[in-house]
Design a protein around this ligand. Structure first.
Ligand code: CA
Length: 233
């Protein structure tokens, strides 16, 4: 079989690998790097969660049994914080029950050890394809491309910062339901929190961009709770 070589389609794609078993981590890392991916590695769950919250990754390869915070909890917390990054879970357990729990906590795919590296990569590619199809969120006249950090409203292009993008994406995912202050702060700043003052500043700026130039505001304050998007009449 020929040596794996990088391709244009994988170059620069960022994968976070959270795996405590050094030999397995080294194998995956080597393989993916040779294929052109940028790989970041954490050896325990708590560090992995922190990295996943802070970094921009195209996919996470996540071991299930990890020190400090196991893979299921990591995945669950990531999803609770509004992160939609594709997660491929790795495990030595292969009962149906284990797999269903993995999916219930937000995993997108599941592989049982031992596995072939080529299959791992094929599954990562499949997740990336699926993700690409759903990076655009929309509600009423507003759409937002999370990949490009660009929103569109009535054909007007609106550039957002990464933080603004995370907040707007959280609102769009929940719309027309209310997104709580806590949920917004977790989406933007992760488990480390963030302050309500900083949230209000960001929301003010988002409104300047998304609502101010238009006749009808979409973003509504729900006093004491959070914010919601409401379609114009
Ligand atoms: Ca492990």
């Amino acid at each position: 079989m020929p040596e794996a070589s990088p391709t244009h389609s994988t170059r620069g794609l960022r994968v976070l690998l959270v795996e405590d078993q050094r030999d397995i981590a080294a194998n995956i890392w080597d393989f993916l790097e040779r294929r052109g991916y940028e790989v970041d590695h954490c050896g325990d769950g708590a560090a992995g969660l922190q990295r996943a919250m802070q970094g921009r990754f195209d996919a996470i390869v996540l071991d299930l049994g990890l020190p400090r915070l196991d893979g299921l909890d990591l995945c669950k917390r990531l999803r609770e914080a509004g992160h939609g990054v594709p997660v491929l879970m790795l495990t030595a357990r292969d009962t149906l029950e284990d797999k269903l729990r993995g999916f219930a906590e937000g995993a997108d795919d599941y592989m049982v050890k031992p596995f072939a590296m080529r299959e791992l990569e094929a599954r990562i590619r499949a997740l990336l394809r699926a993700r690409h199809a759903c990076t655009v969120l929309s509600f009423g006249p507003l759409s937002y491309d999370a990949e490009q950090l660009v929103a569109f409203r009535e054909n007007r292009r609106i550039e957002l910062t990464r933080l603004q993008g995370l907040l707007l994406a959280a609102l769009l995912r929940d719309a027309p339901r209310v997104t709580s202050h806590e949920r917004l702060m977790a989406a933007a700043w992760g488990l480390s929190g963030g302050e309500s003052g900083a949230l209000h500043t960001q929301m003010y700026e988002i409104r300047q961009l998304v609502d101010k130039p238009f006749a009808h505001p979409l973003i509504r304050t729900v006093r004491g709770l959070g914010y919601r998007l409401l379609a114009p009449p």
